[in-house]
Write a protein that binds this ligand. Structure first.
Ligand code: ADP
Ligand code: MG
Length: 347
């Protein structure tokens, strides 16, 4: 039974990037405005995510790591309109099975904190009182130690896994306005270094400046709220339900001065502010861009807003692939109507 649980958990938490993503999402779901991600040896020794969110209520301590236990869905029908990042109740249960997990938390109804240690089956093995501000710290050590092959692979590709995780953290840092995020890695050789941080600004542009430097802002074209109008739909001969429409919001670099990049590692896509990889949309954006700028890849920050009931985030366990009702239309609009006003680019 335990080995089945471990293997299944390995399918939920596939990588360091997903482990860290799940913890940061939990902090955001808990309403945190300050999040600190602390790693030791690129996450192989320790991953610690601390927040100033709501904390965990004592009634929910054991529920933290119960499979399919989530505090986030009120009714089953809610799954049609997911607004929190989490809703499956699989992440902490899986992380328990794959690593050594402990939690320090103080709920806002409590006067002091509690430290909890869990075993690989998700049972609490230690419980003690401690000092803590309201909020939660999740501590994971020895990620994947219960899956020897994965563990070996992880250690062999540590830098690459770390880079993938950093890339994913960028997306959360950019989209999380009003949240101060600081990520630190500590190594025996290199000391302590901050690898991503934001200042809790209320606008995405400031977050872009924090993450990639102010220079990144200089070539950005703003395509805020360019929702397709009825004229556009008629022009495209599309007969669709206006209720199911979407809006696009974001920034794309114009790279007029040839300072563009040749790889698309600075492209970030969101559906209703949830970071994701809508591969067809990504391809369409780059195709359009390349018509104007042959050898470069733009910086892209694209948030696609759609009606909650026309998006299904339940497609893959990591929630990175998302099913969009109106994907074809969206792509047609990106390609035909040139929503980003690409003609400005390259002038
Ligand atoms: P999900 O996010 O899908 O609900 P998780 O396994 O990620 O499932 O988390 C399980 C539960 O633990 C959450 O529903 C939430 O109640 C609680 N939890 C996890 N992390 C935090 C946190 N940082 N702050 C407050 N509660 C948390
Ligand atoms: Mg979660």
């Amino acid at each position: 039974k335990n080995s089945v649980h471990r293997i299944c958990s390995g399918q939920v938490v596939l990588s360091l990037a997903i482990a860290v993503k799940e913890l940061v999402e939990n902090s955001l779901d808990a309403g945190a405005t300050v999040i600190e991600v602390r790693l030791k040896e690129y996450g192989s020794e320790l991953i610690e995510v601390s927040d100033n969110g709501s904390g965990v209520h004592p009634d929910n301590f054991q529920g933290l790591t119960l499979k399919h236990h989530t505090s986030k869905l009120k009714e089953f029908s809610d799954i049609m309109c997911v607004e929190t990042f989490g809703f499956r109740g699989e992440a902490l249960s899986s992380l328990c099975a794959l690593s050594d997990l402990s939690v320090i938390t103080r709920h806002d109804s409590q006067s002091c904190g509690t430290r909890l240690v869990f075993d690989h089956d998700g049972h609490i093995t230690e419980k003690s009182q401690c000092a803590r501000q309201v909020g939660t710290t999740i501590i994971i050590s020895n990620l994947f130690s219960t899956l020897p092959v994965r563990h070996k692979e992880f250690h062999r590709n540590l830098k690459r896994e770390f880079n993938k995780m950093t890339q994913l953290l960028y997306a959360y840092c950019l989209v999380s306005t009003g949240v101060k995020i600081n990520c630190i890695n500590q190594t025996k050789r290199g000391g302590r270094s901050t690898f991503v941080s934001t200042q809790g600004s209320n606008n995405v542009k400031e977050n872009i400046a924090c993450v990639f430097g102010r220079k990144q802002l200089s070539s950005l074209l703003d395509f805020k709220k360019k929702s397709p109008t009825n004229d556009v739909l008629e022009e495209l001969k599309l007969d669709i339900d206006a209720e199911k429409m979407f809006e696009l919001e974001g920034y794309i670099s114009t790279c007029k001065h040839g300072e563009g990049r040749s790889s698309n590692d600075r492209q970030f896509y969101f559906i209703n502010s949830r970071p994701c990889e809508p591969s067809k949309v990504i391809r369409a954006v780059n195709e359009v861009y390349h018509q104007f700028n042959m050898h470069q890849s733009p910086f892209v920050y694209l948030n696609i807003y759609v009606a909650r009931d026309s998006v299904d985030v339940n497609v893959t366990p990591d929630k990175r692939q998302i099913f969009l009702d109106q994907e074809k239309l969206l792509i047609a609009i990106i390609k035909v109507h040139n929503v980003f006003q690409m003609d400005i680019i390259g002038q």
